[in-house]
Design a protein around this ligand. Structure first.
Ligand SMILES: Cc1cc2nc3c(=O)[nH]c(=O)nc-3n(C[C@H](O)[C@H](O)[C@H](O)COP(=O)(O)OP(=O)(O)OC[C@H]3O[C@@H](n4cnc5c(N)ncnc54)[C@H](O)[C@@H]3O)c2cc1C
Length: 384
């Protein structure tokens, strides 16, 4: 059949682009259904294993040319609570690493992933949205909003939180929306961060400055939506709030790009794949940007799908269904563990209850003073 592909990847975010490259590199005829979208202004802290995957998969070259190394992480309890946590610093050198990872602008990563895709002859890019998807006679029948109809053996949903692929595959989802949102923008500091990511933990959420080279920093500020909307109404007021919230530790802070606000939610799925459909990235999991886990987990989805595709026998009957089942089994524990980790971090920070605050405080004391615990936490946070 002319309009048939072995794999259709839906969604042109970073995870969709990485998946399309992985599918084509594994030798499958692939279509990438990716509508044009506004520039992604976020940045992502990606840990060592994610960076290694991107290099090995040919998605990026030398990370030094694209991103900024993250060599230290400092956590400052900025709550006025009775039970406060100690200031804690993690230094990559202490764990034998030059850096925990790199901070990348999503737009630059996207460009690099697209360039990698353009070199794969068996990868067709279609700037359209998925309209409908139905499973019939062992294949997925797809209609795109540009009028194209096609079939595919394996359908990959990389189409974000509201995933149409997830709905078509009838995969159950649990979602919780938060009152908090995240503001991002770029800052010029009076004094550079020198590779250190600094997280101030406020009762409404973390306020994080991530090094972006020289005196630049990327802000990720989580707070109640109305607080953020109010703060960004007036540029001068925003700058003054940022100086205050960073406790004037970095000299005078200037806001150098427009700010963007992202609503936050927690999302998990009953299963990450079945019936020849698989979910990667935020179609399968989403959480607040705390502990830099989202895209790291998404890239682990891609690596795992890549392994399943390399082990598949595309000549055999039902190969795509077998891939969806092996992928779902391979992803189950990582998705559950990471979701629980981020939920625990976020909920304990926001909790007004003393027992939860005591537990968090004790946890951070442990991380500050017990070497084994520090090492374990860092390995976990890095996705190792
Ligand atoms: C403020 C903030 C900071 C963050 N910082 C970090 C960090 O430091 N480290 C980290 O690891 N993670 C971080 N994350 C998380 C990370 O950004 C996400 O996990 C990642 O971008 C998700 O990528 P994705 O491709 O799965 O989803 P998306 O980027 O949402 O892409 C989904 C795509 O699917 C497309 N789509 C939707 N419907 C259809 C359809 N019907 N047909 C075709 N296409 C469709 C959309 O247009 C979109 O392009 C952060 C998140 C936020 C909000």
């Amino acid at each position: 059949m002319a309009n048939h592909k072995q794999i259709a990847v839906v969604g042109g975010g970073l995870v969709g682009k990485a998946t399309a490259v992985a599918a084509a590199s594994a030798g499958f005829s692939t279509i990438h259904v990716a509508p044009r979208t506004p520039l992604d202004r976020r940045t992502s802290a990606l840990m060592g294993p994610s960076v290694t995957y991107m290099i090995d998969a040919g998605l990026i070259g030398d990370p030094e040319t694209l991103g900024v190394p993250l060599s230290r992480i400092r956590i400052i309890d900025a709550t006025e609570r009775l039970l406060r946590a100690p200031e804690t610093v993690f230094n990559a050198a202490e764990f034998g690493h030059r850096a925990f990872g790199w901070n990348f602008a999503n737009a630059r990563l996207g460009e690099s992933f697209s360039q990698a895709g353009a070199t794969r002859d068996n990868l067709e890019l279609r700037a359209a949205s998925l309209g409908t998807a139905r499973r019939l006679d062992e294949s997925w029948q797809l209609e795109l909003d540009d009028g194209t109809a096609l079939t595919a053996d394996l359908l990959v949903g990389a189409d974000g939180k509201g995933s149409s692929v997830r709905k078509a595959a009838d995969i159950g989802v649990r979602e919780r929306n938060f009152e908090q949102a995240a503001m991002v923008c770029d800052l010029e500091l009076g004094r550079g961060l020198d590779g250190e990511s600094v997280e101030f933990h406020y009762p409404n959420g973390p306020f994080t400055l991530v090094p972006a080279g020289e005196k630049r920093a990327n802000l990720v500020w989580i707070d109640a939506l109305e607080v953020l909307e109010d703060a960004r109404r007036d540029a001068e007021r925003l700058a003054s709030l940022l100086n205050e919230k960073s406790r004037h530790l970095f000299g005078v802070i200037k806001v150098v790009t427009p700010s963007f606000v992202f609503p936050l939610s927690m999302l998990s799925v009953e299963v990450a794949g079945r019936d020849a459909a698989v979910l990667v990235g935020e179609s399968a999991h989403a959480f607040p940007p705390i502990g830099a886990q989202g895209l790291n987990l998404g890239l682990r989805d891609v690596a795992s799908l890549n392994a399943c595709l390399n082990a598949a026998n595309p000549g055999s009957y039902g190969w795509a269904d077998a891939v969806s089942r092996s992928y779902a089994a391979a992803r189950r524990s990582d998705l559950t563990r990471t979701g629980a980790f981020v939920d625990g971090l976020f909920t304990s920070l926001l909790s007004p209850h003393l027992p939860a605050q005591a537990l968090r405080s004790a946890g951070l004391w442990g991380l500050k003073t017990v070497p084994g615990l520090r090492k374990h936490a860092i390995s976990f946070g890095m996705g190792q």
